[in-house]
Design a protein around this ligand. Structure first.
Ligand SMILES: [Zn+2]
Length: 174
């Protein structure tokens, strides 16, 4: 290694260990480096990260148009989760099984990689709460619909702009 002989100062070593620890906590799952969204955080709809880049172009265009209108009213639409790899989706499902105690219960909140519209790039989770509220009221103008009654943040392109959203499903297991 080029820097093998370089003396590492104590301070640099501590900083390096800290960075490794932070990275290890979120190896590459949703909210981690793989999708480009900070853990527990969000990114703007023009962020150049896999979670946004991987969204269906029509969905992304609708979200961006909605975001521009929402901004006029002081509401910022941000992406908390977008396109996910199958591995990321499986990790979410596994975590939900651990949390809720069974696959049946977990499936109310997290889909399988095969069924998830996040994996196919046709779904985006939007935040914060005031943005969800705005999009729930105005989303149909852009074709954007809340899909599941128990997920006010999850939106898909399910109608034509100005159309009517289909009835919500109770949850992702429906
Ligand atoms: Zn979602």
């Amino acid at each position: 290694m080029k820097h093998a002989r370089t003396t590492v100062t104590g301070l640099a070593a501590v900083a390096l260990l800290g960075a490794v620890a932070a990275y290890s906590a979120f190896p590459d799952g949703p909210g981690g480096p793989a999708d480009g969204i900070p853990a527990g955080g969000s990114v703007a709809l023009d962020a150049d990260v896999p979670a946004v880049r991987g969204l269906d172009p029509d969905l992304l265009a609708a979200l961006r148009t909605a975001a521009a209108d929402a901004r006029q009213q002081g509401i910022e639409l941000r992406v908390t989760s977008g396109r996910r790899s199958p591995a990321e989706q499986q990790r979410l499902l596994d975590a939900a099984v651990t949390r809720y105690g069974s696959l049946d219960l977990a499936r109310r909140y997290v889909n399988t990689p095969e069924k998830s519209t996040h994996v196919s790039g046709r779904a985006a989770d939007i935040g914060p709460t005031d943005a969800d509220d705005w999009l729930n009221r105005h989303g149909a103008r852009y074709g954007l619909c809340q899909v599941y009654a128990n997920e006010m943040w999850h939106f898909e392109l399910l109608t034509a702009p100005g159309g009517t959203c289909p009835p919500q499903l109770p949850d992702a297991a429906g």
